[in-house]
Design a binder for this molecule. Structure first.
Ligand code: ADP
Ligand code: UDP
Length: 237
């Protein structure tokens, strides 16, 4: 598949058109950002690790019946996907309290959430991705009621699948963010699933093995992602 013009240069990935109007190539760069793009660094190998990690997870989800945009791995840092119209909200499920929910609600960091919580955020860096509810999504026409229902249902199904996958590798899936899009009328999972967009803790020690290492300046960021990949059996080389 031939890469053509750049359609979007995001904070971590670049999206290219192809000669097929229904397909895109996504290039995973080494750029790593936090705090809505305020902190930016290049981390060696990160593009490759996240691309391969994402391909592994997307294929597991697809095998479990979740519709995703994933088509095929093209290179170490490139993937072929279905071209979607992205829905501009982020879907976040939390199994354990960490990050913004602790700051917002003053709840105990690390507490188990039973049942898991679900939150929508508007994808808008300039506004710092504010939390929104289903009424906002409807009133501003970001998605239909049926699409909202599909995003929630799929995000919770992903939780059941991935909680178990990570638990079997000695990891706690603390929380994660998903983005969805429309492809010929169907809601499908898009973007990526990698340690850049979720929190993963070692089940025994609760050591952080995700992007919080970058946000908090703990070091060993890509090494931690590689450790997670190794435990899951993601082929990296
Ligand atoms: P951001 O700066 O928004 O976090 P990234 O660097 O991750 O973005 O760039 C990826 C961009 O590609 C995002 O805008 C994302 O919504 C979009 N995207 C991801 N998957 C698809 C897809 N299958 N079709 C169209 N756009 C997509
Ligand atoms: N997340 C993300 N992109 C965002 C916001 C959040 O990937 O723009 C992920 C984040 O990595 C975490 C989960 O969504 O796994 C919940 O993030 P939270 O709301 O706690 O925000 P943060 O503490 O990251 O600001």
């Amino acid at each position: 598949m031939e890469k053509q013009q750049v359609l979007v240069k995001g904070k971590a990935k670049t999206v290219y058109a192809t000669n097929d109007p229904d397909k895109l190539v996504i290039h995973f760069r080494n750029d790593t950002s936090a705090f809505d793009g305020e902190k930016m660094e290049q981390l060696d190998r990160k593009g490759m690790v996240n691309n391969r990690f994402n391909a592994f997870i997307m294929q597991k989800l697809q095998a479990a019946g979740i519709p995703t945009h994933f088509e095929s791995l093209l290179a170490d840092d490139e993937v072929l996907v279905k071209k979607m119209h992205m829905i501009p909200v982020e879907c976040v499920v939390r199994n354990i309290a960490a990050g913004s929910i602790v700051r917002r609600l003053g709840v105990q960091d690390g507490m188990d959430l039973n049942p898991p919580t679900f939150e929508f955020f508007l994808k808008n860096d300039a506004l710092h991705d504010p939390m929104v509810n289903e009424y906002h999504i409807r009133s501003f026409n970001w998605a239909t009621d049926a699409e909202v229902a599909a995003m929630k249902e799929l995000t919770f199904r992903v939780n059941d699948i991935l909680k178990k996958l990570f638990a079997d590798a000695g990891l706690l899936l603390v929380d994660y963010k998903l983005e969805f899009g429309r492809y010929h009328g169907e809601v499908m999972l898009g973007d990526e699933f990698s340690p850049d967009g979720c929190r993963l803790w070692d089940a025994k020690t609760r050591e952080k093995l995700d992007k919080d290492r970058f946000r908090q300046g703990l070091g060993g960021v890509v090494e931690a992602y590689e450790e997670v990949a190794r435990r899951l059996g993601v082929p990296l080389e």
